[in-house]
Design a protein around this ligand. Sequence first.
Ligand SMILES: Cc1cc2nc3c(=O)[nH]c(=O)nc-3n(C[C@H](O)[C@H](O)[C@H](O)COP(=O)(O)OP(=O)(O)OC[C@H]3O[C@@H](n4cnc5c(N)ncnc54)[C@H](O)[C@@H]3O)c2cc1C
Length: 434
Amino acid sequence: MQIYGWGRYPRIESEVTFPISATQCAQIVTGAGELIARGLGRSYGDSSLGSQVLDTRHLDHFLGFDEATGVLVCEAGVSLDEILRYFVPRGWFLPVTPGTRYVTIGGAIASDVHGKNHHVEGTFTDHVTWIEILLGDGEKVKTSLTQLPDLFHATCGGMGLTGIILSAALRLKPIRSSFIVETIIKAPDLESVLASFVENANSTYSVAWIDCLARGKHLGRSLLMLGEHADQDGPLQTKSGQLFKVPLDMPASLLNYGSVKAFNTLFYGKALRARHTRHIPFEPFFYPLDKLADWNRLYGKSGFIQYQFVLPLAAGASGLREVIDRIAASGRGSFLAVLKVFGKANDHLLSFPCEGFTLALDFKAEPAVFRLIEEIDEIVLSFGGHLYLTKDSLMSEATFKRGYPRWEEFESVRERYHAVGKFASAQSNRLGLK
Ligand SMILES: Cc1cc2nc3c(=O)[nH]c(=O)nc-3n(C[C@H](O)[C@H](O)[C@H](O)COP(=O)(O)OP(=O)(O)OC[C@H]3O[C@@H](n4cnc5c(N)ncnc54)[C@H](O)[C@@H]3O)c2cc1C
């Protein structure tokens, strides 16, 4: 079948298997050549694509829950949506969540995903106490910070290249209400939004929407959204499901300089006051895009590129200014540009976050954009930054190896645990991993 990631670029022909148990996974792994695991395909590029793919979606059982500690044990194909639907009504929430609830536990671990609270609560795997993984020789092992720690540090953020994650233990966090107290702050330029992130470093959640087409004195104008779980007993509920659906591939010409600029101007103008606070259900705060099913079709048949990088704190304003300036000058602005602050890095070999600012951008997949992205890669590297693997579909081997200096350590762990020659994706081949 033809498969692709959320960006719908690239697309490849693949033989996909859908095992329903760990035993079936082991049979497939020992019987196959090279293969790669796949969850719900929400990574944007080619990290879950390969000529053979093991789809883990049917490994979808909860295996246990400890009410005293909040530790949930579940299979790797369980989605964050399933966890929220069962546990929010019981007063528990995800410790870290990406901007969509339609990802699996296996995918969240393999990408070591982050949310709007990295500066306070770290990445997803900082709350994972152990992982059960199927190695390339068919053996099942448990790994954690104390048990085979080298394997743990390579698997968290390791993009499926160490083995098939079968199950994991995740510490949930207690909540008293499913509402979020959200404060929206209007920032007229880049310096003021960065300063606002720093001033609000104690807010549990923070994220800014940034207008990448604004230039001159408006460059970097943003809306910063802060959030806290409501601290009084309130409703504990969640509405899953998608209200609207994009029915077909939209003409790519719909997203052009004019339409993106108009959208951005309207969005910024929508916040009438410099600062205001409101109570909202958690869904629109964490998952604003999830209500629109198949929104990735808005970019047309040829798909789109999501590009996310992080710059160390010291590079902050000047590095971001240079990137945003370059994008604004190209007129190929991103429909959605999202800025977040990261706290300290963890010790995983390929985990993306490190202390600094991270910007995520969308672009139509087209040759002029590919050239623009090569230029931005250079700016990011020159400021000591790197790119997020789960969003990537274009990075060169050289850019990867400069941005992820621990790649050789990663390769030696893979050698040790029989992953070399067994687990490979279109992305790992492009990046020159064995
Ligand atoms: C709208 C949207 C918003 C997003 N927001 C964020 C965000 O805020 N922060 C963030 O960090 N990410 C974000 N993401 C990216 C997303 O969280 C990650 O790409 C995540 O890994 C997707 O999980 P998945 O189950 O769809 O995995 P897939 O996309 O299918 O796979 C992703 C990677 O995980 C590996 N993998 C999957 N399952 C297993 C397994 N069982 N064993 C071993 N490896 C496995 C695959 O091989 C691949 O390398 C967003 C994505 C979308 C579409």
